[in-house]
Design a protein around this ligand. Structure first.
Ligand SMILES: C[S@@+](CC[C@H](N)C(=O)[O-])C[C@H]1O[C@@H](n2cnc3c(N)ncnc32)[C@H](O)[C@@H]1O
Length: 534
């Protein structure tokens, strides 16, 4: 596969491994209720790493809306990558148009380690959606192909807000820029999307909702079943003729023979093939018996959604203004857009985890709360926002308002319920010399060790000191009370639960011979030197 190269790439390819592990600390004053939703204030590079022991491989849907690198944003590159080449051209604030070459290099350097961490967090059946525009879309796709191993799924077209269109007018010199994209990748190559159908609306001249055209009108498509639509509404269950029912049965048996499911798409293909065979004649069937076919299929006033999501209005700004009563944030996305993604990705998993690591005003959290309210789901969101003033003053405030209810121009908006924990990045687990640092609890260290060993999150309920967990036939034990003072002794050995498999014991020191450890099938690992760096 072709790969993209840029200045500084070598320095960031494994940078995610160098990012220190920091603990997360709850800010009770800014949190709401006892929900498991998280709003983390901090740079997402460190926040994603901090989430790893809890959420590795568990996130079902990621949506991110990173800086588009328009040259007019003031995003900061400060990832402490210390290679000579990066030091040579690195300024903390990313340059504008006149600094074009390094602007793209820096953006790629910023995104690469973050996307690697997102890949790790994504579940095997997870999908990532990334909003982007022409400034970096081509670079992003090349970089994603590398990190997401070529699992490109789609590129969805989104309408741009009128104001943005105007703003873009100044930055490109040919056509007015009326769209942006959402790039979609799955974690697994064999991931298959659920088909997404949308309700059809009547075509309005000049409208973006231009779904029905010419022969695609339902009245033409399904005449073969002899169904008369009551005022344009089609129902499969209302076929009224022998011939129509025969056709319908033939359709079912043909699809069965071909091993195809009875889906809108397959019916359409079958129908088109029949029309081609029989020409007009096939369309002329008219029958009158009132008999219903046995099977009820999707109502036909829905259509497989295309990747042109121009039906969604770019109304993020006005929606956010309704919540705050004034403009508070420049580039919020539409709640309807994120709701479509969340509903689509979590239709069969109403407890899924949804992550947005460039959270801005918190549209993703708002959308998850709305979807949960609509279907009684228990989906969880994790939001990360770097700017203190945004995280505290906008993201958290928005969530509080939509959870509890607020007054808008259109009247009282009822609260959606739920809550969130406001988290900050705390001390690092290890200092720069690799030693344990800061005040660390037993569970902090146990979670980290178990994660690095087993790539699983710790089940706190099954932790029974010194036992922390099992992977395959390996049982893991940790002796830790105070830094540097944890010795594994014969007395401890005698009290260790017996095991048929191997046992791995972590402590600062071990007072037993290698021979005895071998006999007891114990592998001793010294803290901190043999704690794996992730
Ligand atoms: C384009 S906005 C996202 C808007 C969001 N989708 C919404 O609907 O409000 C990007 C956000 O990412 C934040 N951001 C940029 N770099 C970040 C980083 N390294 N870590 C966390 N947040 C970051 C910015 O402060 C900004 O609020």
């Amino acid at each position: 596969m072709p790969t993209l190269d840029w200045i500084g790439k070598q320095a960031v390819v494994n940078h995610d491994k160098d990012v220190p592990f920091r603990l997360l600390k709850r800010d009770t004053r800014l949190s709401l209720g006892d929900s498991e939703n998280l709003l983390i204030k901090g740079d997402n590079l460190e926040a994603l790493k901090a989430l790893m022991p809890y959420y590795v491989g568990k996130v079902k849907c990621i949506y991110i809306d990173p800086p588009y690198n328009t040259g007019t944003e003031n995003w900061v590159y400060n990832d402490a990558v210390n290679s000579p080449e990066i030091r040579a051209w690195l300024g903390k604030v990313v340059g504008g148009e006149d600094d074009d070459l390094s602007r793209h290099d820096k953006w790629l350097c910023m995104m690469y380690p973050r996307l690697k961490l997102l890949w790790d967090l994504l579940a095997d059946d997870g999908v990532i959606f990334i909003s982007i525009d022409y400034n970096e879309q081509h670079h992003l796709i090349c970089m994603m192909n590398e990190i997401f191993k070529g699992c490109f799924k789609d590129s969805v077209v989104i309408r741009r807000g009128a104001k943005n269109v105007q703003a873009q007018f100044e930055t490109i010199d040919s056509l007015n820029n009326g769209y942006e994209s959402i790039i979609v990748y799955s974690k697994s190559r064999d991931y298959r999307f659920q088909k997404l159908y949308m309700e059809l609306e009547e075509e309005k001249p000049g409208s973006w909702n231009n779904h029905w055209r010419g022969t695609d009108r339902p009245t033409m498509r399904y005449k073969l079943f002899g169904i008369t639509p009551p005022e344009g509404q089609w129902r499969w269950g209302e076929a009224r003729s022998k011939k129509a029912i025969q056709n319908y049965e033939k359709l079912l048996s043909d699809l069965k023979k071909q091993g195809k499911a009875v889906t809108q798409e397959n019916i359409d293909a079958w129908y088109l093939a029949r029309v081609e065979e029989a020409g007009e004649e096939f369309d002329m069937l008219r029958l009158s018996e009132n008999k219903k076919p046995e099977h009820y299929i999707q109502p036909t006033n829905s259509k497989l959604l295309s990747n042109l999501w121009t039906d969604i209005k770019p109304n993020g700004s006005s929606q956010l203004k309704q919540v705050f009563g004034k403009k508070v944030f420049d580039t919020p996305k539409s709640v309807d857009l994120i709701k479509r993604i969340v509903k689509w990705m979590t239709k069969d998993d109403k407890e899924a985890v949804i992550l947005d690591s460039f959270a801005g005003s918190g549209t993703t959290g708002h959308a998850v709360l709305e979807v949960n309210r609509e279907d009684n789901g228990k989906r969880k969101f994790i939001l990360v926002e770097m700017e203190d003033s945004i995280a505290k003053g906008i993201t958290a405030e928005r969530l509080k308002k939509v959870v509890g209810g607020y007054a808008s121009d259109e009247g009282e908006e009822k609260g959606l319920g739920g809550g969130f924990q406001f988290m900050r990045l705390d001390t690092t687990l290890f200092d720069k010399d690799g030693k344990l640092s800061g005040p660390i609890t037993y569970l902090d260290l146990a979670r980290y060790i178990f994660f690095t060993e087993a790539r699983k999150d710790l089940d706190e309920k099954s932790v029974k000191k010194p036992y922390i967990g099992t992977k395959g036939d390996l049982d893991y034990f940790l002796f830790f009370t105070e830094r540097g003072k944890n010795t594994f002794t014969r007395e401890h050995l005698q009290k260790l639960p017996k095991s048929d498999g191997q046992r791995v014991v972590y402590a600062d020191r071990c007072l037993m011979s290698d021979a005895l450890l071998r006999k007891e099938r114990i592998t001793f690992k010294q803290i901190p030197y043999q704690v794996k760096v992730y």
